[in-house]
Design a protein around this ligand. Sequence first.
Ligand SMILES: Nc1ncnc2c1ncn2[C@@H]1O[C@H](COP(=O)(O)OP(=O)(O)O)[C@@H](O)[C@H]1O
Ligand SMILES: [Mg+2]
Length: 386
Amino acid sequence: MNVIKIEPIVRQVIETDNDWKILKQLGKGSYGVVYLAEKKGIQKAIKVIMYEGKRPDLQADIEKEIKIMHHLAIKGKCDLIPCVREVYYADDDPSEEEDYFSDSKSKTTYYTFLVMDYIQGIPLKTYWNNLDNPELKVKLIYLVVLALRTLHYYNILHLDVHGENIMVTDDLHIYFIDFGLACMKDKCWAPFGGLYSPPEHDNYRVGNENKQVFSEMSDVYQLGLILSEMIRGETIQPVIYSHNCVSEMDVVINSLRTFKEYSPWNIIIGQMIKCDLMERPNLDMVIEEYKTGKMFSSKYISSYNKKHLKLYKSRESSEILTSISDNKEPGFDVSKMSDEKDLYETYEDGENSEEEYEGESSSTTSDEDINNSSEIQSLSDTDEDT
Ligand SMILES: Nc1ncnc2c1ncn2[C@@H]1O[C@H](COP(=O)(O)OP(=O)(O)O)[C@@H](O)[C@H]1O
Ligand SMILES: [Mg+2]
């Protein structure tokens, strides 16, 4: 058995205070460690998030992560994410050991423990690499797209979509994990987008804090990037700055076209990684394209987005925390923009540009769609609260 090194305070809170037995380490991330633990024959994953010194911003980030997971748990019945069951807090106070002669005073370390459902799965990329049947791979992409669309339907943007944050179980069930950067659609906060930061977030970072850049299109881009990596079997530069995005992405998009065994995904994914968010299809369109084999033209996509896509700007953390679960405020309607012309001036008025696609206006997800998608997701009844 491999011995895992666990901080005494972590062991104290998990094992002594709360009766769990730590079995092994499941993963390690930027802010802490995730353990598999067991109590009375039930296994849970416990994510330990820690930071040094009073950091209201980080604490607020953690509260936001918990609230978003609660929101999804209420909506999705733990079918889409591991539900959070309990939260513990702890801190160690090193004040007695403070060394007044040293510049670096020791600081209190704060711990948050999220006890959540254990997803007995493996990360998407690993799962993909172990499959050799292209038909199954095509189906897997579909299931991941459906799962992300469901998050969007519940008003959540993940914003850190990558291979380690999507888990696949043996029965092909998809779970999204890690809501550390996630936000409610109109209450976004983090001005960046994780490992695969989309070009619009780069645009935001360079001093345009008031730009409306948050939308589901950032998730679409991130998902498109990891799917491209999976299909091409090659890692793509994780951060692609806006100034060289177009040339780099064109190379990727063209090479994707040669993977005919993944058709039509090879073409659809090329649309998802467009540098300009207005040229990316939303996930309803993506599903429509996959099901019908009929591609939306880029003209249709951009005119649709111009009319319907809501873009949001980053908010203050305090604003978000007080009202994270009521999502009543309207978003930002691109079609009513006048002072953001620089972003959209290349688009014509969308009124008459639907000639390439004559289906019904199918790009609004209905409850029925979601029910259909849960059929495919094969609702497993893991919600112990109900
Ligand atoms: N509920 C869970 N069930 C199983 N494994 C998990 C669970 N949550 C996290 N993990 C594992 O721990 C890793 C780190 O967790 P994550 O929430 O992504 O933390 P971070 O925010 O630090 O990236 C994940 O990539 C995954 O391998
Ligand atoms: Mg992670």
